[in-house]
Design a protein. Structure first.
Length: 278
């Protein structure tokens, strides 16, 4: 089993080789900064890459800017390719994940602007009644530091456990002070949580991976409360290197993704699954 403790350090090199081979720069493309009329963005497939391709790209094309969208299915490589300069910016992560990534990897990537928020949900697997959860039930959670903590905050919100620090953002099973149902936590990579549904009682799934799995907020048996810190802490950002934070091309992308037209697009396309950050 991949654990949250070794995921970032042990997997980064292997993921980099695999991802760069499958999703790397186009042959002959060179540095992302070489063409001022093109902006390259690393993104998770859904909803990020879809948003960029379907909504942002046509808007930016009207301004003479071509959007080069590169899809990655993990949470490591999109930051690596931005740090290396291969890609201009990325769009897949919340600020807590970014801060943790920078700390773990000695990088200095910066969040330029909050774009959208995906509600975190608990989804039914072998069981369906969260309020009548059985003793010893299994719950799959993402194993990266910030998203695992987010999962435990949601489980605490639902009264299933109590954390030693009720507001700890990077909680792990070691931070569970009270577990009255003796729940078993199955820690796996965020991208794999949805695939665990057939083997566990419930799963706490990131919004983007829920969408990829064909799940919606309406399907969840529990979601983050509107009064929680979720929107503030877990809105998805456009992220880049410090020297590019004022890049005019990135500013154009941010303007498009914070417009009223974009908010309407999210409502029409995703309903409650993807909400504007502000």
């Amino acid at each position: 089993m991949i654990t949250r403790r070794n995921f970032v350090s042990a997997s980064a090199a292997a993921l980099a080789l695999a991802g760069l081979a499958a999703c790397g720069s186009k042959p002959g493309s060179g540095s992302a900064a070489a063409d001022a009329s093109t902006l390259s963005v690393a993104a998770s497939p859904a909803p990020h890459a879809k948003i960029l391709t379907d909504f942002a790209a046509p808007k930016l094309a009207e301004q003479g800017l071509t959007l080069d969208v590169r899809e990655y299915t993990d949470y490591i490589i999109p930051n690596q390719v931005v740090s290396s300069g291969e890609v201009d910016c990325n769009y897949f992560q919340h600020i807590n994940y970014l801060n943790n990534y920078n700390e773990q990897n000695g990088t200095d990537l910066v969040g330029v602007a909050a774009i959208h928020y995906e509600p975190f949900g608990v989804y039914a697997g072998k069981s369906s009644d969260l309020k009548a959860i059985a003793d010893g039930a299994s719950i799959a959670v993402p194993n990266d530091p910030t998203n695992e903590g987010r999962a435990f905050l949601l489980l605490q919100q639902e009264g299933l456990l109590t954390l030693s620090d009720p507001e700890k953002l990077d909680a792990t099973p070691l931070d569970v002070a009270q577990n009255p149902h003796n729940l078993k936590f199955v820690e796996v990579e965020a991208a794999a949580v949805a695939r665990q549904l057939q083997d566990v009682d419930f799963a706490v799934i990131n919004g983007n991976y829920a969408i990829e799995a064909g799940l919606h907020v309406a399907d969840a048996v529990a979601i983050e409360s509107a009064e929680s810190k979720a929107v503030e802490q877990y809105a998805n950002y456009i992220v880049t290197r410090p020297q590019k934070k004022d890049d005019e091309r990135i500013a154009k992308l941010v303007a498009v993704l914070t417009s009223d037209d974009f908010k309407q697009y999210l409502t029409d396309t995703y309903g409650q699954d993807v909400l504007p950050a502000k």
